[in-house]
Write a protein of this length. Structure first.
Lengths: 337, 260
């Protein structure tokens, strides 16, 4: 009988995605180690928190992107949707709405963009690449049109709280009357990222929708024949991606305390890179939130470390590009044997 | 069209089913019935429309015309979910497995077991799947592996277990033994007879004449989208069936064999 054949696999080695995640984590630790030698200021509490803050936006985008990629799709619109959500929020605040509901509606606006992506992909049967490429242009165009391409500023102090506030901030008044920051605090965006990542991982691993997302990406026809509502599952994934892009927009714009309608260009590529470095397969069916978070931090640490080492932004692009190709290459090597 | 089968209140009755793809008539005015505890073989060339007809019954495809009666009641089967709600389970030729998921996830795909809080109950799904699979194949191992890493036989066992776990009333088996070795084929044959004894109606698509004559009570032969004959198995022999499959007609000197 064929299934009695025992495959000679070394059981003690972590297999499949676990191995990939482990190698990504080791890469991240090696990067941190290398940068702490090149720049003494790299390995400090302050810089660590800066990395957290900088990675929060890409991380939020990567959570949604991972879900979409697992369904076998792609979402190129998140960078533009991020900007449009910010613009919606900015205009609502200018119209007199308080900050919190305005931000909530900004996130909803992102979700609506994602929902439209899902509808176009499932109902009009347009490939995800083309559908979200269209949305990328539409959302950016709407954001620029609504604002006349001008930033919206003077949004009040509360608008900046989400991006700039932190938990457990310890400030001590010195004798000379100036405050001294003892511990800068854990930034809200980092906490938000953690909460959303845990929520995303929970939905993917422990809930039916997550199981269905994996099944759709693994074998769409099989999922349909098994009674999975493929259309609903895809729309759900794109809506989640859009809403998370909206949330990322809130974090980014709040940090700048200004709405920039031309923010977020090329962010979708960072999010895709984070997912892919973290082990997600663009063929669908494979990926994890934890992997994508490691991927996001690899990109974040690379950017930050290279900045501190004085590397130019152009060289950074080259290095990150090489890392993306390298990560996928290693993954394929692993899959081939 | 000759029909020597006896008439009862059928479990499933597909009547005057048409399915067109553009100008191509994949299924043309086909009627077929299935009784409880009966195995009906659906035979024909590749492209004769038998898989298409079965996909209509399993909700994977919508017919252009025709209706389906379940226990005499007209049933609307637009989606695979509808078919399952009517107690119709299908073992697809392609197996319809999600390769990246493990056996338990595939067995319960679309019908996941949940805990009180709506979370996936993986522990219960795993133990249920283990039981179901071990019943079919006591040597089933690697339950936690993605099914892409399993052998063809194991994958087939998962597809079969998925169909029978949920207490089907009607089972459609599309080439269930195509990927199997001899002992597994015998296991599927035993299983088919056991399910039949439990009163389940089975449509069996097969190219294997030996299986067909061993397992089926009746055969229905399709040729170029049409039903060219439904016979009690005792009334035909292999040559008659082959003639129907190839020519679309019985040998000229045919008389019901059972009466001879």
């Amino acid at each position: 009988m064929s299934e009695v054949q025992t495959r000679s696999r070394m059981r003690f080695l972590p297999s499949g995605s676990a191995l990939h995640k482990l190698s990504a984590l080791i890469t991240l630790l090696l990067l941190i180690l290398a940068f702490s030698f090149t720049s003494p200021a790299f390995l400090s509490v302050n810089n660590g928190l800066t990395v957290l803050l900088q990675t929060a936006v890409i991380g939020l985008l990567a959570i949604g992107m991972t879900m979409v990629i697992i369904t076998g799709g792609i979402d190129l619109s998140v960078g533009s949707v991020l900007a449009l959500s910010g613009v919606v929020t900015g205009l609502l605040i200018k119209a007199g709405l308080p900050v919190v509901p305005a931000m909530a509606l900004g996130v909803v606006a992102g979700g609506v963009c994602g929902f439209v992506n899902g509808l176009v992909i499932t109902k009009m049967r347009i490939t995800p690449f083309v559908a979200t490429l269209g949305m990328m242009m539409i959302a950016r165009g709407v954001a620029l049109q609504l604002t006349g391409a001008a930033p919206i500023s003077r949004l009040g102090e509360t608008f900046g709280a989400l991006g700039n506030g932190s938990f457990f901030r310890v400030v001590e008044m010195q004798a000379n009357g100036f405050p001294k920051v003892i511990f800068p605090g854990i930034p809200y965006p980092a906490v938000l990222l953690l909460v959303m990542a845990v929520l995303g991982a929970y939905l993917l691993q422990r809930r039916q929708i997550g199981r269905h997302i994996f099944s759709v990406g693994s074998n769409e026809e099989a999922a349909r024949l098994s009674g999975v509502d493929v259309v609903r599952t895809k729309i759900w994934a794109y809506t989640a991606s859009g809403a998370l892009a909206g949330l990322a927009g809130m974090v980014l714009m709040s940090r700048l305390v200004t709405i920039q309608p031309n923010e977020g260009v090329m962010y979708e590529l960072d999010a895709i890179a984070a997912s892919v470095i973290g082990g997600a397969s663009l063929m669908g069916g494979v990926g994890s939130i934890s992997g994508s978070m490691i991927g996001a931090f690899i990109i974040g640490v690379l950017r930050n470390g290279l900045n501190m080492a004085g590397t130019s932004a152009f060289i950074q692009q080259i290095i990150i590009g090489v890392v993306v190709i390298g990560a996928v290459f290693i993954d394929q090597m692993r899959n081939r044997n | 069209m000759l029909n020597t089968a006896t008439e009862k209140t059928p479990l499933v009755e597909m009547s005057h089913i048409h399915k067109r793809f553009g100008g191509l008539h994949a299924v043309e005015d086909v009627s077929v019935s299935l009784n409880a505890g009966e195995v009906v073989g659906v035979l024909g060339h590749n492209g004769a429309g038998k898989s298409c007809l079965m996909r209509i019954l399993s909700g994977a495809m919508k017919p252009n015309e025709g209706k389906i009666l379940i226990n005499g009641q007209e049933a609307v089967i637009d989606t695979p979910q509808d078919a399952r709600l009517n107690g119709i389970e299908t073992i697809y030729q392609t197996l319809a497995l999600a390769n990246h998921l493990d056996a338990a996830a595939n067995l319960f795909l679309g019908r996941e077991l949940k805990t009180r809080f709506g979370n996936l109950d993986d522990a219960r799904m795993f133990s249920e799947a283990e039981n179901a699979l071990r019943q079919l194949n006591p040597n089933f191992k690697n339950l936690r592996d993605a099914v892409s890493n399993l052998s063809g036989g194991q994958r087939q066992v998962i597809a079969i277990a998925r169909a029978i776990y949920f207490q089907a009333k009607v089972l459609i088996m599309d080439e269930p033994t195509a990927a199997l070795g001899p002992s597994e084929t015998a296991m599927v044959a035993d299983l088919t007879l056991r399910l039949k004894a439990e009163g389940i109606g089975i449509f069996l698509i097969s190219h294997d004449m030996h299986d067909v004559f061993e397992l089926c009570d009746r055969v229905m032969v399709m040729n170029k989208g049409r039903n060219v004959g439904t016979f009690a198995i005792k009334d035909v022999n292999k040559d008659d069936v082959l003639s129907l499959i190839i020519k679309g007609a019985l040998p000229d000197d045919w008389t019901p064999r059972g009466q001879a």
